[in-house]
Design a protein. Structure first.
Length: 483
């Protein structure tokens, strides 16, 4: 038990993170080795929802094995034991799955992100579809067929990232992402999933932080890609004039918009370069000419922005398709952000009431509605409300009397909203989710409250990870359109 909780040294290492197979022996030794393989290790039965392989040891205890795939036989090393199951990693890959892929990133196995790189992308997406179906079925929700897949490129897709910064005891600077289940930073100089405009900044940023007079005063760095170019936000714990000048030089050299978030307790945002009017684009409904023009969403650092632009565009287009015939319809958009769905739905002719909890986001949403109304009239009313208060949501439902409702809540889901929707039904509800577990819980509440699930889609927003985004359309079984 002395090694409990620690990763034991592997007897053999080959390939990326020791997960590639051993060299096969030659001649008659092959048959003997095959017999040995059958008598040792464990067989991975399936993938758990979080992407780990699930197996059972000789005593029948459940094992969750990082980096293992269904059908594989592996020697698993337990690094954490619990009463009902153990957590393990692959010490040796005995028999590989045909769906095993070579991880495209040199940091795989060290960086805590992109934990499914060892699984071929098509199989990753099938896994996500299966997870969503399984969670819904477990909650007693009937699923109308295989989920539609919304997917884009498997690399160069991420347009925002936060980089940790840490200075060691002897002054060595570390800049990168966290290791798996750890606060330890892994130094990153290339990232295959970042959009190219951000990826090329990683190595220069490492050298930049190392050159500062006071690198310990840098809390973290944030990178954003916008239609106006790349944005760098420096979280500065304490003002430092020389380092401020150094960051300005760095921004000029790399053509960056530079923001400085200074102070420990109540940090304030200051643009060191001229304040940009940052924006990204989303699709609109086709206009009178039949052409779908693009809408512009203004945002600022700190606003929520979907990380994958292409998949977000597909999600917006899907919402427009599923919620068709919106001309003159009353639509309630909850957790509306800066208008990612509100403005496109308004462009289809809906009278949108967009609701957020943050006053800053509501102001930004209202500005976006006004700015995009120059080309075509958008009917959008921005409102602030506590969407975790079921009574407040019920009041909105009574006041707006929506023909359709869209909600895009954070990971905790929308328990209060779904409770209100059962008490005050709406003909159609489109639920956009970033957490399948809370989605399944909320879906069960809706279904048991008189709704039926009619459409379902999985959005592969974060390729190479087990993160799952989805869209579900519900229709109430006892009411029709109010219009």
């Amino acid at each position: 038990m002395a090694m409990l909780g620690k990763r034991r040294p592997r007897r053999e290492r080959s390939g990326v993170s020791g997960l590639q197979g051993r060299q096969a022996p030659q001649g008659a030794a092959v048959a003997a080795d095959a017999r040995d393989d059958e008598s040792r290790g464990v067989t991975i039965e399936r993938l758990a929802h979080d992407g780990r392989g699930l197996a059972h040891d000789a005593a029948g205890k459940t094992l969750f094995v990082e980096g293992a795939l269904p059908g594989e036989r592996v020697e698993a090393a337990v690094h954490l034991t619990r009463k009902r199951f153990d957590e393990a990693h692959v010490r040796e890959l005995i028999q590989a799955s045909p769906e095993r892929a070579t991880p495209p990133c040199a940091y795989y196995g060290r960086c805590g992100g992109c934990d499914l790189q060892h699984l071929a992308v098509p199989a990753q997406r099938r896994h996500k579809q299966a997870v969503l179906i399984d969670l819904l079925v477990r909650q007693g929700v009937d699923v109308p067929g295989e989920p539609q897949l919304l997917a884009g490129a498997d690399h160069g897709y991420r347009r925002r990232a936060r980089l940790g910064v840490k200075v060691g005891a002897e002054g060595q600077v570390h800049l990168g992402f966290r290791a798996h289940h750890s606060h330890r930073l892994v130094d990153i100089e290339r990232c295959t999933i970042l959009v190219p405009a951000l990826d090329v900044l990683l190595a220069p940023l490492h050298h930049q932080v190392a050159s500062l007079d006071a690198p310990r005063q840098v809390g973290h760095l944030e990178l954003l890609d916008s239609d106006q170019g790349a944005v760098l936000l420096v979280r500065q714990l304490k003002e430092h004039a020389a380092d401020r000048a150094s960051w300005l030089d760095f921004a000029a050299q790399h053509g960056l918009h530079l923001a400085w978030l200074a102070g420990r307790e109540s940090p304030t945002l200051e643009w060191l370069t001229p304040t940009p009017a940052l924006s990204v684009r989303v699709p609109s409904a086709p206009g009178a000419s039949g052409i779908a023009e693009e809408l512009t969403l203004g945002f600022a650092p700190g606003d929520f922005l979907q990380a994958n632009a292409e998949v977000n565009r597909q999600m917006v287009a899907t919402a427009l398709t599923w919620l068709d015939d919106l001309e003159g319809a009353a639509l309630l958009d909850l957790f509306a952000g800066v208008g990612n769905f509100s403005l496109p739905l308004a462009s289809a002719g809906a009278r949108v009431t967009a609701v957020e909890g943050s006053p800053t986001m509501i102001a930004r949403l209202a500005d976006n509605a006004r700015g995009n109304s120059r080309e075509r009239r958008l009917t959008v009313t921005a409102r602030q409300a506590d969407l975790n208060d079921a009574e407040a949501v019920k009041a909105l439902l009574v006041e707006v009397a929506p023909d359709a409702l869209l909600l895009d809540p954070p990971r905790v889901g929308a328990d209060a909203v779904c409770s209100a929707l059962v008490a005050s039904p709406v003909p159609r509800v489109l639920y956009v989710s970033c957490d399948p577990a809370t989605l399944a819980r909320d879906a069960a509440r809706l279904v048991h409250g008189g709704y039926r699930l009619t459409r379902i889609a999985v959005a592969d927003m974060f390729v190479h990870t087990s993160h799952l985004e989805s869209m579900l359309l519900f229709e109430h079984s006892r009411i029709g359109q109010r219009r």
